[in-house]
Design a protein around this ligand. Structure first.
Ligand code: DOR
Ligand code: ZN
Length: 345
């Protein structure tokens, strides 16, 4: 039995690092495991300009622990009024790695998101031309659509036409949760990929209602039925280069989670790589972890693979109930459970 695994240093292709004190509290967990991360722009106000993205990148770098070796890759939050010229300039100057499309009101801090994809025609034409990836929160926001169907309906009504109309546009369907999403990505051309979170590989929707309402299992897109978890998991462990690691680690203070209208988001950064390793091991394909965590993402983004390595040891590790103190205390994913791997360095 393998007791240690060493893989090329991974990247996180979707993370929420927040800002201010919360940024300082969480950045080290991501930087410890991952060499780079695609940082979500859903701050208040959202990151919509090169100036805001550069300033946010500086705040992230300043928040890292001494000696951290970590590169934040910044994204531009798309609004109805997004400016193609600013986006193209930001991409050319290395400030924006990608653009993020939040349908308006789909999730946390998405009130400034896009109300109608047709408003983005100029932006999408530009992104297609310059090869800049579009990262999509793929859920419709129509309250008449059942929350468990919002991803599948988005694929049928928005994503499929988008892929048809912009055949060369590079798209990452973020945090996929359904069999429909896994199949759509698998069947599309090489310009379409998806990120997969630890939680969507591990929990189904029962976890949200397990003996009572469980706010720390609530994120968006919400976990679906077991058959969807299994389909997403098959995609992750398949070895297909279209699927790669994106934690969607999304910290919210405990009082914002444990309340009558709790925020969506699971803080999984502290034990992310351990959680993924456990999934790949359970499915008998630990040898495919490196592709998913460290190779498929950079290849899709056209970036070099990382040079360094990380090592995980097979040691049962109890995940604490809480991480951090006071107003910055957070409940991590897997709280109180045992994960079977430990990140050693
Ligand atoms: O659960 C989520 N939390 N999903 C998102 O799309 C946003 C994120 C957040 O920012 O908290
Ligand atoms: Zn997210």
């Amino acid at each position: 039995m393998t007791d240690m695994i060493t893989i090329r240093r991974p990247d996180d292709w979707h993370v929420h690092l927040r800002d201010g004190d919360m940024l300082k509290a969480v950045a080290g967990y991501t930087a410890r495991q991952f060499a780079r991360a695609i940082v979500m722009p859903n701050l208040t106000p959202p990151v919509t300009t090169m100036e805001a993205a550069s300033a946010y990148r500086d705040r992230i770098l300043a928040a890292l622990p001494e000696g951290a070796d970590f590169t934040p890759l910044m994204t531009c939050y798309l609004t109805d009024g997004a400016d193609p010229a600013e986006i193209a300039r930001g991409h050319a100057e290395g400030v924006f790695t990608a653009c993020k499309l939040y349908p308006a009101h789909a999730t946390t801090n998405s009130a400034h998101g896009v109300t109608d994809i047709r408003k983005l025609t100029g932006v999408l034409e530009t992104m297609q031309r310059i090869g800049m990836p579009l990262l999509i929160h793929g859920e419709v926001t129509d309250r008449h659509v059942d929350i468990f169907d919002r991803e599948a309906v988005f694929i049928d009504t928005i994503l499929a036409p988008l892929v048809r109309d912009y055949p060369a546009l590079r798209i990452v369907l973020e945090h996929i949760t359904t069999a429909e999403a896994a199949a759509f990505v698998e069947e599309s051309g090489p310009q379409i990929a998806a990120t997969i979170t630890p939680q969507h590989l591990v929990i189904n929707r029962n976890a949200i209602f397990d003996g009572g309402i469980r706010p720390h299992a609530y994120c968006l897109p919400v976990a679906k039925r077991e058959k969807h978890r299994l389909a997403v998991r098959r995609a992750a462990v398949s070895g297909s280069p279209k699927f790669f690691l994106g934690t969607d680690s999304a910290p919210h203070a405990i009082d914002r989670k444990e309340t009558a209208c709790g925020c969506a988001g699971i803080f999984n950064a502290p034990y992310a790589i351990e959680s993924y390793a456990q999934v790949f091991e359970e499915d008998g394909v630990l040898d495919r972890l490196e592709g998913f965590a460290s190779e498929h993402g950079p290849r899709f983004y056209g970036l070099p693979l990382n040079e360094g390595t990380i090592t995980l040891e097979r040691v049962d590790t109890v995940v604490p109930d809480r991480i951090g103190d006071g107003a910055l205390a957070l409940v991590p994913f897997h709280a109180g459970e045992t994960v079977r791997w430990q990140f050693v360095d």
